[in-house]
Design a protein around this ligand. Structure first.
Ligand code: PLP
Length: 392
């Protein structure tokens, strides 16, 4: 499959009506609704006996083209796209839970996912047990009402890589499903479905887009599960704009090229930063010093470890403030995965909503900065860090 990856990205994503001279590139179907010649045709489309669309909250040719590409590169049976990563995550969870259910989740998660699991689900009487998937004996915490296990491939922001196969086997032995957020890895680096995960979710806002101009989300799974998730999503209505879906198709075509470059640049920068006295620790799964390097090496493709890393500064909070101020081209912003390198401060951005005590417990200190390594020359990047680190 690996050698076909670029071919899929190149040729799929063009779901449009038959024509003897079709456009080379899919047009943007900027239509909220579709019309029918008669009631019989409407019935046939609803019954899936004829190909067609009804209303863009449910689906649209551009959504389906993007979903087709995502399902193909993830090697899942089906995919759907939503208005944000949070929509993809919440719809995948909501489709599988009812009041009285229980979920097991890793403690180190994207802040929004953590808040949804902790606060929103509580309102619906759904209990979530947060565990340290690296250290705790997860098996002990399954109950008869456990319905889901939730984790990230590369956990945000400490970049620990978890053994997806182990948690998938555990989830299945208890009759539950495993959801994996693969945002940081992308299918170029890891395919959780192949390791046994049941549902893969993405913030497409990140590497799928790669250009900081779209908010979006994707879910990939088997046909039945996707049907269930999409029924829920069609009611809640987190629909992606067809325009955004079109931009994401354009971005996705270069995903493999970008991920290779992000990974190569990150490896060079991490190796440099690890040697700097101002840096207490570099969290990057490609480094031998990473506590989860071995599992990353085993489960990631082609020695690629992605573009995300975190650094814990010896000087703590003050050093973090100073470094952010001293960097020039490297922007301080609460997102990631774009073409240019950026930095965020998890305690103040992605994990701002997490109580301090829980943050500290998870290792997200006030000296921790997360770096999203872009596509620029690594020499320039290293020089900029070298100069800025001297000021702290
Ligand atoms: N998952 C991860 C790992 C993220 O980093 C983010 C956002 O930063 C999300 C999910 C949420 O995605 P979105 O902002 O597209 O809703």
């Amino acid at each position: 499959m690996r050698k076909e990856f670029m071919t899929k990205l190149t040729h799929l994503g063009n779901k449009m009506p038959d024509s003897v001279s079709p456009p080379k590139v899919l047009p943007i179907y900027m239509s909220s609704v579709f019309s029918f010649d008669d009631v019989e045709t409407l019935d046939a489309v609803y019954a899936k006996e004829a190909e067609g669309y009804v209303y863009s909250r449910m689906s649209n040719p551009v959504h389906d083209s993007l979903a087709e590409m995502m399902a193909a590169i993830e090697e899942g049976q089906d995919a759907r796209v939503y208005s944000s990563g949070m929509a993809a995550i919440t719809m995948s969870i909501m489709a599988h839970v009812k009041a009285g259910d229980h979920i097991i989740a890793d403690r180190v998660l994207y802040g929004g996912s953590f808040q949804f699991l902790k606060d929103e689900l509580k309102k619906l009487n759904i209990e979530v047990t947060f565990l340290d998937f690296q250290k705790d004996d997860i098996e002990k915490y399954f109950r008869s009402n456990t319905t889901l296990v939730y984790m990230e491939t590369i956990s945000n922001p400490l970049m620990n890589v978890l053994d997806i196969q182990k948690y998938a086997d555990m989830a299945h032995s208890h009759g539950t499903k495993l959801i994996v957020d693969n945002t940081f890895a992308t299918p170029v680096i890891c395919q959780p479905l192949k390791l046994g995960a049941d549902i893969v979710v993405y913030s497409a806002t990140k590497y799928i887009c790669g250009h900081s101009d779209v908010i979006g989300g994707v879910v990939v799974s088997d046909k039945n599960t996707m049907e269930k998730i999409h029924q829920t999503a069609s009611i809640y209505g987190p629909t992606m704009s067809p325009f955004d879906a079109w931009i994401l198709i354009r971005s996705l075509r270069t995903l493999e090229l970008r991920m290779k470059q992000h990974s190569e640049n990150a490896m060079k920068l991490a190796t440099f930063l690890e040697k700097q006295p101002q840096v207490r620790k570099v969290y990057y799964p490609g480094l031998q010093s990473s506590s989860t390097h071995d599992i990353a090496k085993e489960t990631f493709f082609n020695n690629l470890y992605g573009g995300m890393m975190s650094i814990d500064l010896a000087g703590g909070e003050k050093a973090a403030f100073d470094l952010i101020r001293s960097l020039e081209s490297i922007k301080f912003l609460p997102s990631l995965a774009s073409f240019s390198t950026s930095m965020s401060y998890p305690a103040k951005t992605s994990h701002r909503g997490m109580p301090e005590e829980e943050r500290e417990k998870a290792g997200i200190t006030m000296g921790l900065l997360r770096i999203s390594v872009g596509l620029e020359s690594t020499q320039d990047l290293i020089e900029e860090f070298e100069k800025a680190l001297k000021t702290i």
